[in-house]
Design a protein around this ligand. Sequence first.
Ligand SMILES: Nc1nc2c(ncn2[C@@H]2O[C@H](COP(=O)(O)OP(=O)(O)OP(=O)(O)O)[C@@H](O)[C@H]2O)c(=O)[nH]1
Ligand SMILES: [Mg+2]
Length: 317
Amino acid sequence: MTLDAAQQLALDVRRGDRRALARALTLIERGGAPVRFLRKALIGYGVGSLVGITGAPGAGKSSLTTVITQELRKRGMQVGIIAVDPSSPLTGGSLLGDRIRMYDLAGDSGVFIRSMANRGQYGGLAATTLDAAMLMRAAGFGMVLLETVGAGQSDVAVVDIADTVLLVEAPGMGDEVQSIKAGLLEVADVIVVTKSDRPDAAATLQQLRALLRMQMESADAWTVSVFPVSALRQTGVADVVDALVAHAEWLQTHPATWRQQRRHLLSLQRALESQLHEAVQQLPGWSKAVAQLGHYDCDLLAQQLFKELVANGFTKE
Ligand SMILES: Nc1nc2c(ncn2[C@@H]2O[C@H](COP(=O)(O)OP(=O)(O)OP(=O)(O)O)[C@@H](O)[C@H]2O)c(=O)[nH]1
Ligand SMILES: [Mg+2]
């Protein structure tokens, strides 16, 4: 893809062309030069915030994502959804039996759902997801919701890249609140106790609120709140959405949070990796190194390539 073609595509994305958006997302997943071109063409466009929705498997993340999206739509906001689990019901299944269907959302042109597989691209899933969110923001989505597979590595990534971390806790999942074990409570901006229609939800709610009261707060820190939500009965959703919008606004006046700094660092790392990778492929020694793969240790080959790169004078655009 040429820079011109990428610029045209970026323009189409910004006009709200859904096919262009889908195409750009595919390019981003493949990586390489087009990603750089797109980034260059889209940087600074769009203002929506990226909300990471995380919690244990089966906690109710997809159901919550659905009802939050419906509430945002009521408020006239366009919503992007990224599901990083390929087996997620977000990609086509039904939730809560027939009551809530992601299909309903998929038929709404104000909602764009994309599932991302955990591919081994350099930069990793977190960086690719950041780029995807950048595209969706540029396409005019006021909020991008990112649902993760649950406890595990990708959770950590969500914490690193999201503007707002929404922690999902289901009631009655043992005496210990699940997210304490995962160390997620400290990084949550908004907490939801799902399935609040269940009788054991009240105890979980109390437990979490008590835990939060024990946490230290600095003068200008954001106040974390716990909200009960029933996706089944569709109660409590507006309060959560209010909190998400309030947090996005709060970030406007508090841009230097540690999470945002880490996010920017991740973007830089991704850019460095992709530029370095491309530059190395231009070297005369590249094909030799590829031929030697399997015979030498990769660290050694990387070192040789790096030396060659420095000797040739690394200059790019
Ligand atoms: N009673 C009740 N059940 C709910 C509610 N929300 C979700 N559930 C049920 O909880 C189960 C898990 O819901 P999901 O929304 O798929 O949870 P998830 O966290 O996305 O699950 P994974 O993506 O598999 O980790 C399903 O059987 C839902 O029907 C709710 O508000 N009330
Ligand atoms: Mg799910």
